[in-house]
Ligand binder design. Structure first.
Ligand code: NAG
Ligand code: NAG
Ligand code: NAG
Ligand code: NAG
Ligand code: NAG
Ligand code: NAG
Length: 575
């Protein structure tokens, strides 16, 4: 404790670190892929609970690009004694049962409730075909489990993870499901979804061999396509980047392997997916630092780098969209530990900004068509406020992390050239994470339709410790050349001279931060009506100061501001 105080007391005397960030609005590249609009969770059923629906509505309206949701347990069987009550790492729908004679009984009621909740809130399914219904699992018992935050992770690997006892019944189930969706939602709607097969089949989520997964994939995909020939299909949602040789073997199978379902060579693959996870630690006190949380984003970026490197060895996949189907700071949303203490505060959003910007940089370096980076975090209705889980909102109150996705939603259009004197170079951050100087990075875009330039800037370090602010000098140049003469018009706000409207969105300890407000209230678990309203307001994306007109000189604007450690800024310049 003494060390913490010493650090805090010494801070006012530490000079802010000077950082220059320059953006050249006329240096425009290809569209910045809108990767931060994919979300997911284990617990399928919370989608139609009140707080679940409210959060889906937030996610469905993050920006102009379509949001997708991936969930486990869409085909899992409920316990007969159990209502369809969601609980940690569990969900169920009873979509498939059989009568005493072994005839299939399909019931889409619960899946419909889940997908209705998505679609009503502007979200589309990234539909996961899994897990195994109890009557189809080769080794079904035990099937259900009761997971708690402190449970050993392996407790979850029960009958749902098993190989089907009958491949034709498995294939028919997939066909009936997709045919149902096409009847209910229409061809055009279902064509806009993603369909993927299972989760992390290279670890015990799949109680079979790789070859058996390829068979599972072949039957699933052949039957998705039988119901809807234009459906978008992919996988394999492998854990740990390439997952040893799993991704490689899978890609070889889809390109040239024998198709178990059709007898053809290879299998359709419209998009490919793998997972990337960081590895945070709780460090004990040392002579130089108090006990604290330390993130490790290179663990995650190395997964991404290794998967991308593999993908580029398959020339025929050069244009295949790639989705990081889970891209998170750690491996278990429903677990609690001191090392997961980053989830309520500023470390999580600043980490996400720093990592997603590097995912995009790696995609450009490897020439990979990165389409999405999926955040495995949703919410748990009826849990305590700001408990230790990896969730985006708590009792209907948005956590700071949700605001970084609102910022990403405003970052649209072409990527524009940007440079920060404080940004850790790509190779260094992939190799060593951020252990030396903090990462003061920038990612910028220009949306021609809206005539808006947006620049996201973050101040990230792996250690959750106090650090001096960054004193950012931001220069945006090239504003004069960015619009055609016609687009410029002759208004007083012409970027020739005149001014532009500058809005500075901010996530820090006093902006877009319901957590600090809740703590200042004394961390109430039963907030009053007024407190609840204040928490909801604090959870919104907020502006630093207020929007202001800034003078443009020779196509340039300059602003200076302090960027505290683990804060994120989004500066929007409207021409
Ligand atoms: C900005 O980019 C444009 C187009 O690439 C280039 O011509 C110009 O020299 C750049 N300006 C600066 C200040 O780097
Ligand atoms: C289908 O499932 C729903 C929800 O579990 C249930 O209420 C309904 O009775 C089932 N329908 C049939 C025909 O069994
Ligand atoms: C499959 O499940 C059985 C228990 O039914 C377990 O003993 C075995 O280790 C599991 N195998 C794999 C590959 O996960
Ligand atoms: C911190 O100390 C505890 C108790 O001595 C120990 O179990 C743990 O492994 C230590 N953590 C690290 C990261 O060294
Ligand atoms: C981060 O995690 C990776 C992968 O687990 C590990 O190899 C590396 O040593 C860690 N980096 C640091 C700086 O601890
Ligand atoms: C630019 O913004 C408009 C309005 O929000 C949006 O419809 C459009 O998709 C954006 N352009 C790009 C390329 O993201």
């Amino acid at each position: 404790m003494a060390t913490v105080f010493a650090l805090l007391l010494s801070l006012p005397f530490v000079r802010a670190r000077q950082v220059s960030i320059s953006i050249n609005a006329s240096q425009q590249f290809a569209e910045l892929p809108p990767i931060a609009r994919f979300f997911g969770c284990d617990e399928a059923n919370y989608a139609y609970y009140p707080d679940g629906q409210a959060l889906l509505s937030d996610l469905g309206h993050l920006g102009p690009h379509q949001t997708y949701f991936r969930t486990h347990n869409l085909l899992t069987t409920c316990d007969p004694s159990d209502a369809v009550t969601p609980r940690l790492k569990w969900g169920c729908t009873n979509a498939y049962t059989e009568d005493a004679a072994g005839n299939a009984i399909y019931n889409w009621t619960v899946i419909d409730r889940i997908f209705d909740a998505y679609l009503a809130n502007g979200v589309k399914p990234y539909a996961q075909i899994g897990f195994m219904p109890k009557v189809l699992a080769t080794d079904a018992e035990p099937y259900t489990f009761a997971f708690e935050a402190s449970s050993p992770y392996d407790d979850i690997y029960t009958g749902w993870s098993h190989v089907p006892s009958n491949w034709h019944k498995w294939g028919e189930l997939v066909y009936q499901w997709v045919a149902h969706e096409v009847r209910l939602r229409g061809v055009e709607e279902v064509e806009s979804w993603y369909w993927e097969v299972w989760n992390e089949p290279n670890i015990p989520y799949w109680n079979g061999t790789a070859a058996q997964y390829f068979t599972l994939y072949d039957y699933a995909v052949a039957n998705v396509r039988r119901a809807l020939p234009t459906a978008r299909v992919g996988g394999p949602e492998v854990a740990g980047g390439p997952g040893g040789t799993f991704l490689q073997d899978f890609l070889q199978h889809t390109l040239a392997g024998p198709n178990a379902a059709t007898g053809a060579t290879g299998a359709p693959l419209d998009f490919l997916s793998f997972h990337a996870k960081g590895s945070p630690l709780w460090l004990n006190a040392t002579a130089s630092a108090p006990a604290h949380l330390q993130m490790n984003l290179s663990a995650s970026l190395q997964n991404v780098r290794d998967a991308f490197a593999l993908i580029t060895t398959f020339p025929s996949l050069k244009t295949t969209p790639v989705i990081i189907g889970e891209d998170d700071p750690d491996g278990c949303a429903a677990c609690e530990s001191p090392a997961y203490g980053y989830r309520n505060g500023l470390v999580y959003p600043s980490y996400t900004a720093a990592v997603f910007a590097r995912d995009l940089e790696l995609a450009r370096a490897y020439g990979v068509q990165l389409q999405g980076a999926l955040t495995w975090a949703f919410e748990y209705d009826g849990h305590a406020y700001f408990d230790g889980f990896r969730v985006l909102a708590t009792n209907g109150v948005a956590k700071p992390i949700l605001n970084v996705f609102r910022m990403f939603g405003l970052l649209t259009g072409s990527r524009v050239g940007s440079m920060s004197s404080g940004q850790v170079p790509l190779d260094n951050i992939v190799a060593e994470s951020v252990r030396g100087e903090a990462d003061v990075g920038v990612l910028a875009s220009f949306n021609r339709t809206e005539k808006k330039l947006a620049a996201m800037m973050w101040h990230y370090h792996d250690d959750d410790l106090p650090k001096p602010d960054a004193r950012v000098c931001l220069e945006v140049s090239g504003l004069d050349a960015v619009l055609t003469t016609q687009e410029r018009g002759d208004g007083a706000s012409s970027p020739h001279g005149g001014s532009v409207l500058l809005t500075h969105y901010r996530i820090d300890s006093s902006h877009s931060n319901a957590y600090t407000v809740w703590q200042a209230m004394g961390s109430p678990q039963i907030p009053s009506r007024e407190q609840y309203a204040a928490l909801q307001a604090a959870g919104m994306l907020q502006v630093l100061g207020r929007p202001e007109r800034v003078a443009v000189t020779k196509g340039r604007v300059e602003v200076e501001f302090e960027l505290p450690i683990h804060a994120v800024s989004l500066v929007v310049v409207e021409l």
